[in-house]
Ligand binder design. Structure first.
Ligand code: IPT
Length: 992
């Protein structure tokens, strides 16, 4: 049978899968073939090009790289990236793919160095080629392979001459039968995107090395056995030796060594150099001793329960796609560590092997996932799914085999995953069996197996916290089959995906995390996902922006769904990542209702002696007292702390007084903490000790102007009561508001029937207007204005009463008491309740803002952990979060005062008095500032399309609705929903 790109057949002409030592770890000769290759793109796999054609006059293309991104961000000479999530971008008729199938012909001249060693074998190694390829040397076809994110080796022994020049030809198709198995939620990108090397395998060299390194936590003894297969030229095996110089031990390969060691964990990634050698090759591996076990449904590392506070990571670089550099990989690992992430699921394929070296070294628990997703079959009830097709068994077993063989020596890998969203079927069992044969030491994961027949952990995605609570307690609804139910109930539970981080969010992360801590069965989970895959693209004016689905003219695409990470595409941490860091903090400090702070050491293996617990008593930015707590907590323990009893507290003043406690990195050893600087925050929490003094009652009188309008201090009104001027600036908008530019989460229904966006639209909140009903100057001199704010076509609205009164002895100040009374049918939620104010300000983006309240970053009702009370400042420009897809952003909560300084030197101060929602008092208001309107924010498709409109748009809200995770999960939980309720706000505006 001729193998074509439409064949369902295992790779042909390739070397059996084997381990992959880190680059440079072997003493054998190796030659990188990375660099500029000759390249030509054809519309079809029948390129008509002779394999012996050297392509001397062809284009030049970087290997590794994707051809679609060859000249990104400016030009797209070889087709463009395309994004679909679940859908196949071609008709579903496996194993066939369209005739239009871009196919790259690659050529390079392979010059074997004159000193390339004699004898032995020479292998050509590809770390990753997307999606199907054939390899020819000097015109002769040698191998056909696939498995885009898996290695392929081709034996070139006897075909190369020292000092000789050889033509290496690689033909790569974009689509193949294998595309049906590689339907991951990412850009379709093709080519030789990981490195290519030539490797010498001397006679008697180490062909394959398998490391078994366990740790007995009861005795402190590590067990090491290294099995080595050697390359044998003639008959007879060559013996390999194993040494751990640091431990002073040696053994023959296959022999068990028992020696006292320090164990490996993500918290303390202790590695030992293990030197495996024969007479002709030495390989040094960084080995960690650790044991994974599941006892009574609890997942243990070295005998202790751990929690996975993880993320799903796709390989991504905004210019290079999945062709990520070692520097990017390190950046990812360090960013994760610095945000208290301790685990990675390599969604949904084995990553570049160097990434795993970094996880071993810096300490991250890894679920290594097979290169398999067949999600597009779900649309049609999984008919034809490769996972249930016997024709595909060998191919799928080959995939897990190549993953396990390549990666099994990594201490960081604590589970194997069979793939993602690939349905169910016979090949699940076949893959699981194959893995168990290769490596019985690690549990197997696959979310698609709800019965848990073939896996060792119960895994789900996007289960809401209510269900997770039941599962934690082991009282979840039974699975239909009693045997499977019993098996599953005895398993640890993990959310392989949860807290969908699309746009502004995820909300509700802390609600999950509480449960993970509460129930031993809950192993934690992996946030979806690490980074927005926004590809950098220049627009017609040369302005760079982050492109998502549709931005390359794709006819079928999934739009913004590719931008759902904790990092913006340029790896700027989003507010969601800062919240993640606070929620995942290893030393959690939380305020309790009784006025104390609960300090919890959430490390599994470390005490807190590397941290100093520093407290300050402060009002805004002013520090009133400071000290440290003499406290070291053992792993897994907690204690309650209170402010020192002799602390003298000031009388209530303008700003609240907080007692803030921070756990700060103080010392650390190079091993555990090399990735963070002293002073780094390991956790923080605070108590509000003194609430601000109430604003003194105003007693000034409003004056009536000649034109029938009114003046109250710095505020001028027309005769109907419309605010026309404030602080010397024309007012363009001033009314009650209940809408926001929907977030990606607001736009989707989640598990509900309609999205929040639809709810607000139907309640008329999108098009609110105001009708004035009366204006009067009361006996006490205050201006009283009644109005009704409502949208078209509906009775739902808000009866509004404004009460303006000048402040006695403060001619530049005016007080407003605002009462909002919802009327008519109540929508399920409202986006916000408060005031919209737009002031004339030609240079609004440059305006500065200093505020006392929660900060420094945005926070919403269900992402509150990262924001702490204090005094903060920003410019209006910096206040904005440039989400890849523009949407509501930037709210600062608990604001008791804000000072705006305009470019012309003038200013406006806003202080808050009482604020109640449904009669419940709260401290301060929520502030949002923008140099553009919410409508413009809503309309913009990309952040660079937003231009300041000459106004400063402010929201002074009593509250906003939470953000939730409805883009792919539960919506806003009841504890963070905002309903139409009566609101009272008292604000003071002062011209500066
Ligand atoms: C889930 C996928 O597993 C993941 O790859 C990603 O696409 C995510 O959704 C959405 O961003 S599957 C979904 C149907 C729950």
């Amino acid at each position: 049978m001729t193998i074509t790109h439409e064949s369902v057949a295992t790779p042909d002409g390739v070397v059996a899968p084997r381990f992959r030592p880190p680059a440079g770890a072997s003493s054998a000769a190796a030659l990188s073939l990375d660099g500029e290759w000759r390249f030509r793109l054809f519309p079809h796999p029948d390129t008509g090009v002779d394999r012996a054609e050297p392509g001397d006059d062809w284009d030049r293309l970087a290997v590794p790289g994707h051809w679609q991104l060859a000249e990104a961000p400016n030009a797209w000479p070889y087709g463009t990236p395309a994004y679909t999530n679940v859908l196949f971008p071609f008709p579903v008729e496996p194993p066939h793919v369209p005739n239009d199938n871009p196919t790259g012909e690659y050529r390079t001249t392979l010059r074997l160095p004159a000193d390339w060693p004699d004898g032995g074998r020479t292998l050509l190694r590809f770390e990753g080629v997307d999606s199907w390829f054939q390899v020819a040397l000097d015109g002769e076809l040698l191998a056909t392979s696939h498995g885009s994110r898996l290695p392929t080796e081709v034996d070139l022994t006897g075909r190369l001459r020292q000092g000789g020049e050889h033509l290496l030809a690689v033909r790569v198709t974009q689509w193949s039968a294998m595309s049906y198995a590689e339907d991951q939620d990412q850009w379709w990108l093709s080519g030789i995107f990981r490195g290519v090397t030539l490797e010498h395998r001397p006679d008697g060299a180490l062909d394959d090395v398998r490391v078994h390194a366990d740790y007995d936590h009861a005795t402190g003894v590590g067990t090491l056995r290294v099995d080595a297969a050697t390359v044998v030229a003639g008959p007879g095996a060559v013996a390999a030796r194993v040494a751990v110089p640091e431990l002073g031990v040696e053994a023959a390969a296959g022999e068990e060594l028992r020696v006292a060691v320090e164990p490996w964990s993500a918290e303390r990634p202790r590695l030992y150099d293990v030197v495996v050698s024969t007479d002709t090759e030495t390989v040094t591996l960084a080995v960690g001793f650790r044991t994974i076990s599941i006892e009574d449904g609890v997942f243990l590392v070295n005998g202790r329960p751990i929690k996975l506070r993880g993320v799903n990571r796709h390989e991504f670089d905004p210019l290079r796609g999945r062709a990520v550099t070692p520097e990017r990989m390190l950046e990812d690992v360090l960013l994760m560590k610095r945000h208290h992430i301790n685990a990675v699921r390599t969604s949904h394929y084995p990553p570049h092997p160097h990434f795993l070296d970094l996880c071993d070294r810096h300490g991250l628990y890894v679920i290594d996932e097979n290169d398999l997703e067949t999600h597009g079959f779900e649309i049609d009830g999984w008919v034809g799914n490769p996972v249930d097709d016997p024709d595909w068994t060998d191919v799928l077993v080959d995939r897990v085999t190549r993953m396990v063989r390549r990666d099994a020596h990594h201490a960081s890998i604590i589970m194997w995953s069979l793939g993602n969203e690939a349905g169910v079927g016979r090949n699940i069992a076949a893959m699981a069996d194959a893995i168990r044969d290769l490596d019985p030491s690690r549990p197997i994961h696959y979310e698609g197996d709800w019965s848990s027949d073939h896996v060792d952990v119960y895994s789900r995605m996007y289960a809401d916290s209510e269900e997770v609570d039941l599962i934690g307690q082991g009282i979840e609804p039974p699975f239909e089959r009693a045997d499977a139910d019993a098996r599953r109930r005895a398993m640890p539970f993990l959310q392989c995906e949860y807290a969908h981080a699309m746009g502004n969010g995820p909300g509700g992360l802390a609600d999950y995390d509480v449960l993970f801590d509460r129930y031993p069965r809950l192993l934690g989970g992996f946030i979806w996902e690490w980074i927005d895959h926004g590809l950098t693209r220049a627009d017609d004016d040369g302005v760079l922006f982050s492109a998502y689905g549709g931005d390359f003219g794709e006819r079928l695409h999934d739009g913004t769904f590719i931008a759902d990470g904790l990092l913006l595409p340029d790896r700027t941490p989003s507010p969601g990542l800062l919240e993640t860091a606070a929620v995942f903090a290893p030393i959690r400090i939380d305020a309790q209702d009784d006025g104390s702070l609960l300090v919890r050491n959430r490390y599994a293996f470390r005490d807190t002696s590397h941290a100093e617990l520093r407290w300050t008593l402060h009002t805004g930015a002013e520090e009133l007292a400071a000290g440290t707590l003499d406290l070291v907590l053992d792993a897994g323990t907690e204690t309650v702390v209170r402010p020192p009893s002799d602390l003298s507290l000031p009388e209530p003043g303008e700003a609240p007084v907080w007692w803030t406690l921070r756990a700060v990195q103080q010392k650390g050893d190079a091993l555990e903490d090399a990735w963070l600087e002293p002073g780094f925050e390991l956790g923080a929490g605070q108590l509000l000790l003194v609430e601000p003094a109430p604003l003194a009652a105003p007693a000034g009188r409003v004056t009536t102007e000649a034109d029938g309008g009114f003046r109250a201090g710095p505020a001028r009104f027309d005769s109907r009561g419309g605010l026309r001027e404030l602080a010397g600036r024309a007012v363009h908008a001033f009314r009650v508001d209940a809408w926001r530019a929907p977030t990606d989460n607001d736009r989707r229904p989640g598990k509900g029937e309609k999205s929040d966006e639809q709810t607000w639209y139907r309640a008329g909140l999108t098009l609110l207007g105001e009708r004035f009903a009366g204006v009067d100057v009361g006996e006490d001199g205050a201006l009283e204005i009644d109005s009704r704010v409502a949208g078209p076509a509906i009775r739902t609205g808000f009866a509004t009463r404004y009460r303006w009164q000048p402040v006695t002895d403060a001619p530049d100040a005016v007080d407003l008491i605002l009462d909002i009374q919802p009327e008519g049918p109540a929508p399920e939620s409202v986006a916000r309740l408060g005031l919209l104010l737009a002031l004339d300000e030609p240079r609004a983006a440059e305006a500065g803002v200093r505020w006392t309240g929660l900060g420094p970053d945005e926070s919403y009702a269900d992402s509150t952990v990262a924001a702490l009370g204090g005094a903060w400042q920003h410019t209006v420009a910096d206040w904005q979060t440039r989400y890849t897809h523009p949407q509501e952003n930037g709210a600062r909560r608990g604001v008791t005062s804000a000072v705006l300084s305009f470019a012309d030197g003038s200013g406006l101060r806003i202080d808050s008095g009482e604020v109640t929602i449904g009669g419940r008092p709260q401290v301060g208001f929520e502030l949002s500032l923008r140099p553009w309107s919410d409508e413009a924010l809503d309309r913009a498709a990309h952040p660079h399309e937003l231009v300041p409109d000459g106004r400063l748009w402010l929201h002074l809200d009593a509250a906003q609705h939470g953000v939730g995770s409805a883009a792919c999960g539960p919506g806003v939980l009841p504890n963070a929903q905002l309903h139409a309720e009566p609101v009272r706000m008292r604000l003071r505006f002062t011209t500066l």
